[in-house]
Design a protein around this ligand. Structure first.
Ligand code: PMT
Length: 405
């Protein structure tokens, strides 16, 4: 049976040169069994004719918000309810801005606002427009609201420049659609994730801790859910709400975190250690509050167990992904940690006063694996998490398809 049989896709086309590729996308979606309803903006009509899209989709193309004939047949609200997925390809910088600001001044933007269906955007624009801070901010806002960004790809552009901003090719968008509507790239997989700091008590009121806010780990938990995984999140003390559909286990110390992880790890397919686990803890926790007396107070610290190393050393180890928070030479130290801890992947995170990492809403990572690397440039942690989950899914798939072949 074709992969999209019975799926209803509302394909929005906005006004960019990549609109000509929408014809091929309609053809591929229909061939895969989907019902495709095309909705075009006025500007899209300058790049491709409604007649072409109608012929390929077998349905009249919708364009205007105030068309009595079409509104009588299927109103814009009914259309908004009809879709299993709203896919906008190409999505221009202008359309991203409209959506980020909740504007509804044409049929397509009104539909997006009125629909509860998931929305996926395939951005297409000049590379400077994509990298412009205004577009970066709009894309971050949209990702935060759960809108999917498929692309853009990088390469030669119609304007003669080269860089990020090309629309993902129709075959790629078909693949993402099939993946998403069948439950996501990680559908059915079980994730175990650590996040936040640990607190190592000195006495009943004081502890050794660190600056981790949990934001990066919680953004990852959300992104794994969006990718279709079942997520268990072992979190140190943070003040963040639990993302929906995440099973959260709160812990305080590294030893608590170790216990919570080791009790659950046999059940998981992928383990991600994003927590900033204290490497050392006070050897003894003093029972009563320590009184101020001498000029100096010495704390004797002892090593905590390394949780992720234990996970990766299990005979049936899950696909294991670590983080490395470094204040200098992040890539060098991260790679040393990846090898020493026997991890499949590691995300090197430059931290410190100037570079961030801890506490802030934005972050940048360099992801390393055996024989490869990928820079994920500065972005909101939620957008960054989606990109990291995409990379993890790709490498998980590669590892297990190689093992099973
Ligand atoms: O929480 P935020 O404010 O959003 O900040 C995000 C972050 C900076 C905390 C995060 O991106 C990050 O880098 N997390 C890892 C921090 C860290 O402890 O790095 P590390 O280099 O000390 O540890 C390397 C790896 O070993 C990590 O996967 C860590 O979880 C794991 N580890 C470390 C020590 C230990 N005893 N057990 C472990 O499992």
């Amino acid at each position: 049976m074709p992969k999209l049989t019975g799926k209803r896709i509302l394909l929005g086309i906005t006004g960019g040169i990549a609109a000509y590729k929408a014809a091929e996308l309609v053809r591929l979606l229909c061939k895969a069994g989907a019902d495709v309803q095309v909705v075009m903006t006025e500007a899209a009509g300058r790049f491709i004719t409604p007649m072409t899209l109608q012929a390929l989709s077998g349905r009249p193309v919708r364009q205007g918000l105030f068309d009595p004939a079409y509104e009588a047949a299927m109103s814009h609200i009914e259309l908004a309810r009809w879709a299993d997925l709203i896919l906008i390809a190409p999505a221009t910088a202008d359309f991203l801005a409209h959506l980020a600001h909740g504007l509804a001044n044409d049929l397509l933007s009104t539909l997006c606002l009125a629909s509860e269906a998931p929305i996926a955007l395939a951005p297409a624009m000049n590379q400077r427009m994509w990298l412009n801070q205004a577009t970066v901010d709009n894309a971050d806002v949209l990702v935060k609201r759960g809108i999917l960004l498929w692309g853009p790809a990088a390469g030669e552009q119609a304007c003669g420049e080269s860089g990020p901003g090309r629309m993902v090719e129709p075959e790629g968008l078909l693949g993402s659609t099939v993946e998403f509507l069948s439950g996501g790239v990680l559908a059915g997989l079980r994730m175990l994730l650590t996040a936040g700091p640990t607190r190592e008590p000195i006495d009943p009121v004081r502890f050794v801790g660190n600056r981790s806010s949990g934001k990066m780990g919680f953004a990852l938990a959300k992104a794994f859910v969006l990718a279709g995984a079942r997520v268990e999140l072992v979190s140190g003390p943070v003040s963040l709400p639990t993302p929906s559909r995440v099973n959260r286990i709160d812990v305080e110390t590294a030893l608590d975190m170790e216990q919570a992880v080791m009790e659950r790890v046999a059940e998981c397919d992928i383990f991600v250690g994003c927590a900033a686990v204290a490497d050392y803890r006070p050897e003894i926790m003093v029972e009563q509050k320590i009184k101020k007396s001498d000029e100096r107070l010495a704390l004797q610290l002892i090593r905590n167990p390394d949780i992720i190393s234990q996970v990766a050393a299990l005979p049936e180890a899950p696909f294991s992904v670590g983080f490395a928070a470094e204040t200098e030479e992040p890539e060098t130290y991260a790679e040393q940690k990846r090898q020493a801890k026997r991890l499949d992947m590691i995300a090197a995170n430059l931290v410190g006063a100037a570079s961030g990492g801890f506490e802030r809403d934005e972050n940048a990572l360099t992801v390393l694996w055996d024989g490869g690397r990928c820079d994920l440039p500065m972005a909101e942690k939620e957008a960054l998490a989606e990109r990291l989950v995409g990379l993890i899914a790709e490498h998980y798939e590669k590892k297990y398809s190689a093992e099973n072949s």
